[in-house]
Design a protein around this ligand. Structure first.
Ligand code: ZN
Length: 211
């Protein structure tokens, strides 16, 4: 399952997306608007653009792929529903595609994997870590450096993300770069680099599923 984070219409549906939902160890808004570049290229659109490339490549290789939203025009779905979709479909792997809204002097990508939370993510912790490492390794082949402002060497463990907490199948988030960094934005807005991102995601899934 490929999960393009946020949605293009979220900003016009703040009441709906700000509704609080249960993420297992706390409450969070149903969804958020995400970040954007200084020029107004939204993260939701970036996520959708990259997801489209990933899905096309995976399907070309014969993979069965599901998406958590059909386009970049609507709002939501809630993080709870996104996780439920992966669970219901017994996805072999879930990759959520995001770009970060970090400090403007911070650079780079990171891969987020779930912390080991008893009764919540203990069942997917090991496999998700393996998926995160596969994605991290594949992404090192791109020209984006590892994040220098968050995580450790491009990996970050989190226990506060509903999409990971509520997943019963291996799940990670890709933060493809920092949309607030002028240097990263040069890459993130480049069509060729977006193809490199998609190639990295596909390579990671192939490596992970080959197990
Ligand atoms: Zn995001």
């Amino acid at each position: 399952m490929i999960d393009p984070g946020h949605n293009g219409g979220n900003a016009d549906h703040l009441e709906e997306i700000n509704r609080l939902v249960n993420i297992g160890n706390g409450i969070k808004p149903c969804n958020t608007t995400g970040t954007a570049t200084a020029d107004g290229y939204t993260e939701a659109e970036f996520n959708w653009d990259v997801a489209t490339l990933v899905v096309a490549s995976l399907r070309e290789r014969g993979a069965e792929v599901i998406l958590t939203r059909p386009d970049n025009e609507g709002w939501g779905p809630c993080i709870t529903e996104r996780a439920a979709t992966g669970n219901l479909n017994q996805a072999d792997a879930v990759i959520s595609i995001h770009a970060d809204g970090g400090p403007d002097d911070g650079r780079g990508f990171h891969v987020i994997h779930p912390a080991n939370v008893a009764g919540l993510t203990d069942d997917i912790y090991e496999a998700s870590l393996r998926l995160a490492r596969a994605l991290h390794t594949a992404y090192l082949a791109t020209s984006m450096p590892v994040a220098d402002y968050i995580g450790e060497g491009g990996l970050s463990e989190r226990d506060d993300l509903g999409g990971l907490n509520l997943s019963d199948v291996p799940a990670v988030f890709l933060e493809a770069g920092n949309m607030r960094s002028a240097a990263d934005v040069v890459l993130l807005t480049d069509a060729e680099f977006q193809t490199d991102i998609a190639d990295a995601v596909v390579a990671a899934l192939i490596a992970f599923l080959a197990g």
